[in-house]
Design a protein around this ligand. Sequence first.
Ligand SMILES: NC(=O)c1ccc[n+]([C@@H]2O[C@H](COP(=O)([O-])OP(=O)(O)OC[C@H]3O[C@@H](n4cnc5c(N)ncnc54)[C@H](O)[C@@H]3O)[C@@H](O)[C@H]2O)c1
Length: 355
Amino acid sequence: MKKILVTGGCGFIGSNTSLALLEKGYELLIVDSLVNSYQIVIDKIKSLCFEKNPENTNSIKLINCDLKDRNALEKIFKESNTDGNKISAVLHFAGLKAVSDSLLDPLSYWSSNVLGTINLLNVMDKFECKTLVFSSSATIYGINNSKENLKESHYKKPLNPYGMTKETIEKILINLNSVEKNDWRIAILRYFNPIGAHTSGELGESPKNTPNNIMPIINSVASGEREYLNIFGNDWNTLDGTPIRDYIHVMDLADGHLKAMEHLFKSSESNLVTVNLGTGIGKSVLQLIHVFEEVNNISIPYRFSSRRAGDIEYSVADNQKAKELLNWKPNKDIKDMCKDSWNWVSKNPNGYSDK
Ligand SMILES: NC(=O)c1ccc[n+]([C@@H]2O[C@H](COP(=O)([O-])OP(=O)(O)OC[C@H]3O[C@@H](n4cnc5c(N)ncnc54)[C@H](O)[C@@H]3O)[C@@H](O)[C@H]2O)c1
């Protein structure tokens, strides 16, 4: 079976995707610096895979490597080529992702995300592995005043260094694909708001850094670690005054990666596709909280504070392209997302950190 290199495969989305790939029989090389994740994730993936496909369980290997270290990356590709089964594709999740940190420490973001990706692309080019699925983000889109769902062609204007690094990487990938007679096959996947966890409650979001995104914060209120959730702004022009987002279950995202990669494998010539991965259904922050309260029977106290600079009112995917091109559709709804998120946290109150 094909060998796939997964950068950032110990992280939230990478680990769920790695499990889906392993279950399908792919051989995996995970490259992760563990800057925001834990090695134990590999054992979790193995034991979950064992339940469905025991024979695939050992086809996963972790290499602790930072993408900023180009020599180490070269070594990985070189060694992988000598064992007779070349790397067929790279799923590239590794990167720093906290918007507020990126405002405080932009250099780390440019180094990890952009320099790390340039290293990876150079090494892929050198070893003639030119199939790549890249984790981009809806944060690269400019403000949407219309309340229409965002198409991939919507104009781009990221408002923070994190989003700017993602937009820059997209531009590099477009440049690569514009070279005459190139043989790159690239899928740029723009995620909306990934939440949820694996339904087993064994794989979920366990950041080492202070989380910025809403679900880990709701979970910490639910567990009593925080007193209340701070909602930034209740004066937006929406049904209840709070911003609208497109939350997507991490297992649906994982499936999107599998479909995108297999789509690229079928391309007979160079190819670059850019696809939104979202449900196409918007929920306000208050709606999300109320669903969480209802399905988990826990109250989530909240308070309103003023809007944050750079926040936007409405960010929902037009996911038609993903449906048509990749034959992908989300299968899980907001109730599943809230239930699975809390199931993960209640089973693992400290995430992976005490394992
Ligand atoms: N979670 C979201 O809300 C979201 C939304 C849109 C896009 N994305 C993107 O998806 C990708 C995965 O996100 P996630 O939520 O799983 O994040 P995560 O932090 O859980 O996972 C990222 C993984 O990459 C590793 N990593 C970071 N920098 C590295 C480096 N220089 N070298 C090697 N490994 C490195 C981390 O240790 C971690 O395991 C990221 O690129 C992120 O920007 C995430």
